[in-house]
Write a protein that binds this ligand. Structure first.
Ligand SMILES: NC(=O)c1ccc[n+]([C@@H]2O[C@H](COP(=O)([O-])OP(=O)(O)OC[C@H]3O[C@@H](n4cnc5c(N)ncnc54)[C@H](OP(=O)(O)O)[C@@H]3O)[C@@H](O)[C@H]2O)c1
Length: 213
């Protein structure tokens, strides 16, 4: 399974204001690149708090695009995903997974959502178990699109192969939401390390690409 982490942040690494406002930190050119990245991944994964805050579609929306759409995957231990959100509303035509630690909620499955029940780690979906369940469902390449808590749990478990980092020229300050949440790092030597593969200017933003060190 190949795992890519996409981050769209301010210069100081924030993904939203304190109130959760994140649209839009990066500009249209960077967002178009994100749609291209979605098109080459079999699945796009987010945490349930991103669904609650942003109600995203997680689809490829590019002019003239007729290729496949990625599966949409939500890590949601207790099935808090709103039944009226866009992901659930379109689950009858676009593959949509909720990875949970509890039994299927009939209202989700009736709407076309596939609920994968996996083991917990610290009361939440275990990221290794989540990838295993996706692999068994035929998903071989996933792009994680946030938020910060989900990014932290995949980085802490050393599961991220590539980072696609879009950095916009604005500052949100310490009270902004972090792009990577807490992961109890014990020392600098234990920090996940990456090597930079390339840097591109996209509109006013920078796109930095990293692979495992
Ligand atoms: N700038 C951007 O591109 C961008 C992208 C995405 C999000 N955002 C912003 O980020 C904010 C949301 O980020 P967030 O960090 O608060 O939440 P998040 O990472 O989207 O979701 C966290 C939730 O996911 C569930 N979860 C299940 N398994 C997990 C695991 N192994 N590790 C971590 N979480 C797991 C947990 O809820 P349960 O315990 O109930 O399962 C947890 O509360 C929003 O304001 C959104 O607008 C910005």
């Amino acid at each position: 399974m190949s795992v890519t982490l996409k981050l769209a942040t301010s210069l100081d690494g924030r993904i939203a204001t304190a109130s959760g406002e994140s649209r839009w930190i990066t500009g249209p050119a960077a967002r178009e690149e994100v749609h291209r990245l979605r098109a080459i991944h079999m699945a796009v994964l987010v945490g349930v708090d991103t669904v609650i805050a942003d109600d995203p579609d997680l689809t490829v929306r590019l002019a003239g695009y007729v290729g496949p759409q990625p599966s949409r995957v939500v890590l949601d231990s207790r099935q808090r995903i709103p039944l009226g959100c866009r992901l659930v509303a379109t689950a009858d035509r676009l593959p949509t997974f909720v990875i949970s630690t509890t039994n299927s909620n009939e209202r989700l499955t009736d709407a076309g959502v596939t609920v994968l029940q996996v083991e917990t780690s610290d009361g939440r979906v275990d990221p290794v178990a989540a990838l295993k369940a996706l692999d068994s469902a035929g998903v071989k390449a996933v792009m994680i699109e946030g938020g910060g808590q989900v990014a932290a749990s995949f980085l802490a478990a050393d599961l991220v192969d590539k980072i696609e980092w879009f950095r916009a020229p604005l500052i949100l300050g310490d009270e902004g939401r972090p792009s990577v949440g807490a992961f109890a790092l014990k020392s600098l030597a234990a920090a996940p390390r990456f090597r930079r593969l390339s840097v591109h200017e996209v509109g006013d933003d920078l796109w930095e690409r990293y692979g495992r060190a």
